[in-house]
Design a protein around this ligand. Structure first.
Ligand SMILES: [Zn+2]
Length: 212
């Protein structure tokens, strides 16, 4: 696999993930569109910590990671999540577990991996907090990108469930790549709280302005 990656890089020299210029992983201009910052929004009572605004460049980086499995794009998403998580950790004395927001099973089949579960696994040793894949979708959901805000909340109502009844109830940081309306996070928080978990916060790499 490593050999194939090196061969690919030899045949197709890496380009900027944001604009395609021959300067990887990001050219200096696109780097300016990926500044690590501390954004906070609130979904119900839960604070969402994010590092970077969703824009044309960050959208391309996320797609390269999520849909094409480009390793350097994964690295950028992990670095943004790491930044937000360190900030979120300042607001709790406990040692929450990391719980990834699950992908719809159709997306996992197409991509060959559950993207957020995989980047959460990479995040875990960086912050010394364990990951538990506690959540899954329990029914088909429609593609969220075609729905408005209220459609997204309806689409996800009751759609996320626990994978198992845990022996111990923990404090949790929810992990996701991007927050838009917060419909998915809201549903995940509801599922965890009715089972006795305390959600210490949600952490995402990217934050998009709320949809109307
Ligand atoms: Zn660029």
């Amino acid at each position: 696999m490593q050999f194939l990656t090196s061969l690919q890089e030899l045949l197709f020299p890496p380009h900027c993930l944001g604009c395609g210029l021959p300067s990887a992983p990001l050219c200096s201009r696109c780097k300016n569109s990926f500044p690590l910052d501390n954004h906070q929004i609130h979904i119900g009572r839960v604070t969402v910590y994010s590092a970077v605004n969703y824009n044309a460049v960050t959208r391309r980086i996320l797609l390269a990671a999520k849909e094409d499995g480009v390793r350097s794009a994964d690295d950028l998403i992990v670095s943004a999540l790491h930044h937000s998580l360190l900030y979120a950790m300042r607001n709790t004395d406990n040692q929450p577990i990391l719980v990834p927001i699950p992908s719809a099973s159709r997306a996992v089949r197409t991509r060959g991996r559950d993207f957020v579960q995989e980047i959460s696994k990479r995040l875990s040793p960086l912050v010394g907090l364990p990951v538990q894949n506690l959540l899954r979708h329990n029914r088909m959901v429609n593609d969220q990108s075609r729905l408005d805000a209220s459609g997204r909340f309806k689409n996800l109502d009751g759609a996320i469930t626990l994978t198992k009844r845990p022996i111990r109830v923990h404090e949790v940081f929810l992990i996701d790549d991007l927050v838009t309306t917060g419909a998915t996070l809201n549903e995940a928080v509801r599922t965890l709280e009715v089972s006795g978990f305390k959600v210490a916060g949600a952490v995402t790499a990217l934050v998009s302005l709320p949809l109307r």
